[in-house]
Ligand binder design. Structure first.
Ligand code: KE4
Length: 428
């Protein structure tokens, strides 16, 4: 693998941009080496500036569920851009995207568009505090909800990967309002409500954790959170930034039959453009300005260019058989990878929900952050580079999810399995 142009660009980037990247997880610090600078993507493939081709399972960390430069998305962007990109005024597309979201997620009666998952989660927390007039929130160690101060406490994703799960710069006064429970451990939640019966505004959770690697909810776990929040007058927030429109047409809430009070979204609903959203019960959303006293705003929220990509993406996903296809491809991949791992007798386990998955270098089962953290991250780094050498692009961290898109083919999947088998042989 020749990366000389990427190496030169990375050196240049580090002169002007902290760590040479605009998001820490892209820096490859967790796995070492130089991050390839990507020149273009098409379908299931990306090419770096040195001309190396990769089968892509990162999918921009989740948004590219239709694959790269999908013709309908590109056409919509071109058409919209010719008429302007943003006006700071209402446009029809905002209604169309809002209707697609409300029509797909059972609990979302009204929705506010923002520009990132961080904004969505930050706003949802503020809204829950405004609605309940309470201050504390419960999150789960290893879950990541963006980089708002109060949520960067025992966070996952890059914060976990880079060993700063509680970020510098977050005042103790903020962090003290965030109570951290353990994923799939109902008792760790109940104890907080016993100690704070009237001061917990909400629980926020990734209904399928993606940011400690993929960890599915244990049977009954989400139902217990729904019961506990209702019993204690707190709200339940599902952070579906990853799972929304990923694990099924109705999100994780549809898959597991839970109605949260607020849902946060991002990634897929922007189709690769910056869109986030938070929505839920009408009586809760009516607290949002200009209707109510909870303020949130954004210059580029719902801008026509971003929403045009989101509209096309969600519309494409509604085509019959789409999620069956994603399931078939993802199952084929993880079944094949499981066999590949077994063939080299390397302790591993693969967690998958729909078309999001993680291969842990860990004998398993991985049902908690503690289990995930027991993975051999050094081995993961070696595997990452061996796969990169084979032309397969996976997440540069053990604590992330991989994604299959509708653009992946059976040939891609079988090629990947063969390449993984090759790559794993080099790790023995
Ligand atoms: P953004 O602000 O990055 O759009 O969304 C924050 C966020 C919120 N909630 C969940 C469940 C998320 O996974 C994310 C962002 N995910 C990470 C990767 N796991 C984004 C990648 C990055 O930080 O560059």
């Amino acid at each position: 693998m020749q990366l000389s142009k990427s190496e030169a660009l990375f050196t240049e980037a580090q002169k002007y941009i902290p760590g040479g990247v605009n998001s820490p997880v892209r820096s490859f610090r967790a796995v070492g080496g130089t991050p390839p600078f990507i020149a273009r993507g098409k379908g299931s493939r990306v090419w770096d500036v040195d001309g190396n081709e990769y089968i892509d399972y990162l999918g921009s960390w989740g948004p590219l569920v239709l694959g790269h430069s999908h013709p309908a998305v590109v056409a919509a962007l071109k058409k919209t851009a010719e008429g302007g990109t943003s006006f700071g005024a209402p446009v029809e597309g905002e209604i169309e995207l809002a209707k697609l979201i409300c029509g797909s997620l059972p609990s979302v009666e009204m929705v506010r568009l923002v520009s990132s998952g961080t904004e969505a989660c930050m706003s949802a927390i503020r809204l829950a505090r405004a609605f309940t007039n309470r201050n504390k929130i419960i999150k789960f160690a290893g879950c990541y909800h963006g980089h708002a101060d109060g949520l960067l406490v025992k966070a996952g994703s890059g914060a976990l990967t880079h060993g700063i799960p509680t970020s510098a710069g977050v005042p103790e006064s903020y962090a003290s309002e965030t109570l951290v429970a353990d994923y799939n451990d109902v008792e760790s939640v109940e104890k907080f409500f016993l100690a704070n019966p009237t001061d917990i505004a909400a629980i926020i959770i990734e209904p399928v954790a993606g940011n400690m690697g993929v960890v599915p909810p244990a049977p009954g776990f989400l139902d217990a959170l729904r019961r506990i929040t209702q019993e204690n007058g707190a709200l339940l927030i599902f952070d579906e930034v990853i799972t929304g429109f990923r694990v099924g047409p109705n999100g994780a809430q549809g898959l597991f039959g839970i109605r949260p009070d607020i849902t946060t979204m991002g990634k897929i609903i922007g189709g690769g453009l910056p869109v986030g959203a938070y929505g839920g019960r009408k009586d809760v959303m009516e607290m949002v300005a200009p209707l109510g006293a909870m303020y949130q705003a954004g210059t580029l929220s719902g801008n026509p260019l971003a929403v045009s990509a989101g509209i096309v993406t969600l519309t494409e996903l509604q085509k019959p058989g789409t999620y069956d296809r994603l399931e078939t491809l993802a199952k084929r991949l993880t079944d094949g990878l499981t066999k590949a791992f077994q063939s080299v007798e390397i302790p591993s386990t693969i967690n998958r929900v729909g078309s999001m998955f993680t291969g842990f270098f860990n004998a398993g089962p991985v049902t908690s952050l503690a289990h995930a953290e027991g993975s051999d991250t050094a081995m993961y780094g070696r595997y990452f580079h061996a796969m990169q050498e084979q032309g397969v692009y996976i997440a540069p961290s053990q604590f992330e999810a991989g994604f299959v898109s509708t653009a992946h083919s059976e040939a891609d999947i079988d090629d990947t399995i063969a390449k993984a088998t090759e790559a794993l042989q080099t790790l023995r």
